[in-house]
Unconditional design. Structure first.
Length: 113
């Protein structure tokens, strides 16, 4: 959350609930949190249970960017040696669009409007 809210304007962490003593997760770690990215609210949960799955690009966070500078900077900061699914470009349906998986495995679709 800190990484994402530091990159995207009009974003903030709105609440954090942490595990306490004698709870399922490690004391002090995040149990549940909410944050806003450009006015859109997101909730995340950090499960203490180990799962056999991870993130998938079938779910993406979609960000409508207002300027060439905004989309370019956001794309580069999220990409940082990670996986580009569709490099920034004109794909016909958008004059500038990019799709990538970030350092945490989260899929992002960025569109210049």
């Amino acid at each position: 959350m800190n990484f994402y809210t530091s990159l995207i304007e009009d974003s903030e962490i709105t609440s954090i609930i942490r595990y306490g003593a004698n709870e399922a997760g490690n004391e002090g770690t995040v149990m549940q949190a909410t944050f806003h990215l450009k006015g859109q609210e997101f909730m995340c949960i950090d499960s203490h249970v180990k799962h056999q799955f991870t993130f998938t690009p079938s779910f993406s966070i979609y960000v409508a960017c207002q300027t060439e500078e905004e989309i370019g900077e956001l794309y580069e900061k999220l990409l940082e040696d990670r996986q580009a699914l569709m490099p920034l470009g004109n794909y016909g349906f958008s004059r500038k669009f990019g799709w990538l998986n970030d350092r945490y495995g989260v899929s992002w679709q960025l569109n210049l409007i």
